[in-house]
Structure formats: structure tokens, C-alpha cells
Design a protein. Structure first.
Length: 241
């Protein structure tokens, strides 16, 4: 039986007792005794007590039941208040715990943000260092390639005594291709010499220098002999033409 049903049954019992008391008081008022014939007059010696006694008994029973119910409800109310107080205390503890957890989470979130910012800064710095290393590596590689190319070019350049200029070994199949020795030694540049109309004679248009092979000197002498015997003018520098 639930508590609500028990209280309802108790109230019903109180009402029944009060009704019995009131009914008994009515019977006593009219001089009727329970169990006797209706309407019979009782002798004065055996007449029921005064009706007010029954009213007082019924009222007392009703008051007692009402008082009990009132006290019971008050006790239950106090218990309910106590339970609510305990529940409120539990809520307070939960709120305090939640606040502590929130503070911890906020602190951890702040630390995480700080770490993220530091990581971003380190990533940017590392990116700059990697870029500098890449540029330096490219410069070193370019320098190494340049030195390797220069070394290969130096090995390819061959000084030809007959003429006093340089030729490249890799261009031997192209015939005689002369390079200015001044451009090569001074500026490390491979500047081809210009050919003259006299075979074996060359000249540099940058330094204005002339170079002749043995064949060129022979052809030049022959050119001058022809010039001396021929009315037509000319000169050994006709390679510039």
C-alpha cells in the first residue's frame, strides 16, 4: 500500500468514527439505546448519557485524527524539506565541482592556446630557417656546378702555341676555332676571335689584338708581295672588313 492510499484510508476511518459518534449522540438525544426497539422509552436510570458527551467524543476522535494527520503531514513536510536541503547541498557540490572542472578546462584551454601559438611561432621560424637553408643549398649547388663547369672548361681549353690563342678540345671536329687569350685569362670568358680575309690571321674586336699562325704569317707576306706588285691597294688588317 502506498503512502497516499494509507493517508486516504486513515481520513476515511476518521470520518467513519466521527459519523458514528454523531449518530450515537443523536440516538442518545432522543433517548434511543442501540439494540432496543425503536421509539421505546428508556427508564431514567438506564437512559444514555447526555448527548453532549457523544458530541465531545466524536469531536475528540475527529480532532485526534486531524491532529495526527497534521503532525504526520508536518513531519513529512519537514522530511521533504530536509530531503530538499540535502538535494540542494548536492546541487551546490555539483555546482562547485562543475565550476572547478570549468576552471581546470579553461586553464587547460589557455595552456593549449599558448602551446598552439608557440607551435605556430616555431613553425614560422623553422620555415624561415628551411628557406634560408634551401637558398644556401641552391647557392652552394650553383657554386659547385659553376666550379665544375669552370673546371671542365679549363680542362677543355687548350693553348695553341702556333698563333698564341686558345682552342677547345671538344671543337676539334669543327676546324680551327680560336679564342682570345686575353678574354680568357682576364675575364674567364670564351670569346671567339674574328677571322681575317687572310687565312691563319685572327683578331679580337674587344681588345683590338691580332694573332697569326705560321700559315697566317706566310700568307701575310705573300699578300704584301702581291700588294707591292699590284696597283690595287689593301692591307694586312683587311680581316676587319
Amino acid at each position: 500500500m502506498s503512502e497516499a492510499q494509507w493517508k486516504q484510508n486513515l481520513r476515511l476511518a476518521c470520518q467513519i468514527v466521527s459519523a458514528v459518534g454523531a449518530f450515537s449522540a443523536i440516538l442518545a438525544y432522543f433517548g434511543i439505546r442501540p439494540g432496543s426497539n425503536a421509539g421505546s422509552q428508556m427508564p431514567p436510570a438506564v437512559v444514555a448519557p447526555h448527548p453532549s458527551i457523544w458530541w465531545l467524543v466524536g469531536a475528540g476522535v475527529l480532532f485526534a485524527c486531524s491532529l495526527y494527520l497534521s503532525l504526520y503531514d508536518r513531519i513529512r513536510f519537514k522530511r521533504t524539506i530536509a530531503d530538499l536541503g540535502k538535494q540542494v547541498e548536492g546541487w551546490k557540490k555539483d555546482a562547485v565541482e562543475w565550476q572547478e572542472n570549468y576552471s581546470i578546462a579553461a586553464r587547460e584551454r589557455g595552456e593549449a592556446q599558448t602551446l598552439a601559438a608557440r607551435f605556430e611561432h616555431e613553425k614560422v621560424a623553422l620555415g624561415k630557417q628551411l628557406e634560408e637553408m634551401r637558398v644556401e643549398l641552391e647557392e652552394l649547388r650553383a657554386g659547385a656546378d659553376s666550379r665544375a663547369f669552370q673546371k671542365a672548361l679549363e680542362d677543355d681549353m687548350d693553348f695553341q702555341i702556333d698563333g698564341g690563342f686558345y682552342v677547345r678540345k671538344s671543337e676539334a671536329d669543327k676546324g680551327l676555332v680560336a679564342y682570345c687569350p686575353v678574354c680568357w685569362k682576364k675575364d674567364s670568358k670564351t670569346i671567339p676571335l674574328q677571322t681575317s680575309s687572310i687565312q691563319g690571321c685572327f683578331g679580337c674586336s674587344i681588345h683590338h689584338t691580332d694573332y697569326q699562325t705560321a700559315e697566317g704569317r706566310k700568307n701575310t707576306e705573300q699578300f704584301w708581295r702581291q700588294m707591292n706588285t699590284s696597283p690595287r691597294g689593301g692591307g694586312p688588317n683587311s680581316w676587319m672588313a
